[in-house]
Design a protein around this ligand. Structure first.
Ligand code: THU
Length: 164
């Protein structure tokens, strides 16, 4: 027997076909790249999160001479949102990246650890989070739930808990 899972991604060839809210969030994510602290990889990642109260929370990658001590932009933004607005649901999240020496934006997909953290936030708030990032040919990808980024997720129920 073979089991198959489906994920769904909305694809846009350019920014103009995205909603004005997405365009705004994308602009915030690209601008925040400038604040990345990434002297080792020179790969700047910027994230902008829209909360239900319309606040926008930004995050950038934070590197460290002891490499594993750094943190991705996605988790910086999510944890920041969790501290500043613990009771506000996250609606949308845009992820942008570029090299330090080139203003051209580059494709980036969230790493596995960040997907796990996104899932935790989504499950906690019991409402899907939409995520925007660029695909391999610089087209724009939108997923309507972080669950589509992480099939077979490990979560509270995996620990035998009803809820968190
Ligand atoms: N990085 C992020 O911040 N987010 C991603 O989605 C992928 C990778 C960071 C981690 C590290 O600072 C640099 O990009 C190179 O891996």
């Amino acid at each position: 027997m073979i089991k198959k899972w489906e994920m769904q991604i909305e694809v846009h060839q350019n920014l103009q076909t995205l909603s004005s809210t997405w365009q705004h969030l994308w602009q915030k994510a690209t601008q925040s790249c400038e604040n990345a602290y990434a002297p080792y990889s020179n790969f700047w990642v910027g994230v902008a999160i829209l909360l239900e109260n319309n606040e926008i929370i930004e995050g950038v990658n934070q590197e460290n001479a002891a490499y594993p001590s750094g943190l991705c932009a996605e988790r910086v933004a999510l944890f920041r949102a969790g501290i500043q607005f613990p009771h506000q649901k996250i609606k949308m999240m845009a992820i942008a990246a570029r090299k330090a020496d080139n203003p051209q934006m580059l494709p980036v997909t969230p790493c596995g650890a960040c997907r796990q953290v996104m899932i935790e936030f989504e499950n906690k708030q019991k409402t899907p989070i939409q995520v925007l990032f660029q695909g391999a040919e610089s087209e724009y990808y939108i997923v309507d739930t972080t669950a589509h980024l992480l099939p077979l997720q490990f979560n509270a129920s995996s620990l035998g808990l009803q809820t968190v």
